[in-house]
Design a protein around this ligand. Structure first.
Ligand SMILES: [Cu+2]
Length: 111
C-alpha cells in the first residue's frame, strides 16, 4: 500500500467515524389533542412500532408527546403524520412549554 492510499483510507475512516457520531438522536415535542391515558398509550404504541423512534412519552395533562428519534431513519413530518393518521392533531413544538394551560394572558400572574 502506498502512502497516498494509506492517507486515503485514513481520511475515509475518519469521515465514517464522524458520520457515526453525527447520528445523534433528536428530541421533539408534539402538541396533540389527546384527551386520556388510552389515547396516550395508543399514540405511544403506534410510534414505538415505527423504525427510528427510540423513546416516546405522552403527557395527558399537557397533551404533549415527547419523542426521541434517529434523524437518519425518520423525521418530524413522518412522526406528525403517524399521530394525525390516528385521528389527533399534531404540531411540532421546538421549545418546551412550561405553563400547562396556554392562555392569551401574559405569564406574570399574581400569587
Ligand atoms: Cu382518550
Amino acid at each position: 500500500m502506498s502512502f497516498k492510499n494509506f492517507i486515503m483510507v485514513l481520511v475515509a475512516t475518519f469521515f465514517a467515524a464522524i458520520s457515526l457520531f453525527s447520528a445523534e438522536p433528536k428530541e421533539i415535542n408534539v402538541q396533540t389533542n389527546l384527551h386520556c391515558g388510552t389515547c396516550a398509550s395508543k399514540i405511544e404504541k403506534k410510534l414505538k412500532k415505527t423504525d427510528g423512534i427510540l423513546e416516546t412519552n405522552a403527557d395527558v395533562d399537557t397533551k404533549v408527546v415527547t419523542i426521541k428519534f434517529d434523524p437518519e431513519k425518520t423525521n418530524e413530518n413522518d412522526i406528525t403524520k403517524i399521530i394525525s393518521n390516528l385521528g389527533y392533531e399534531a404540531k411540532v413544538m421546538y421549545k418546551k412549554v412550561e405553563n400547562k394551560k396556554s392562555t392569551s394572558k401574559p405569564a406574570n400572574k399574581k400569587k
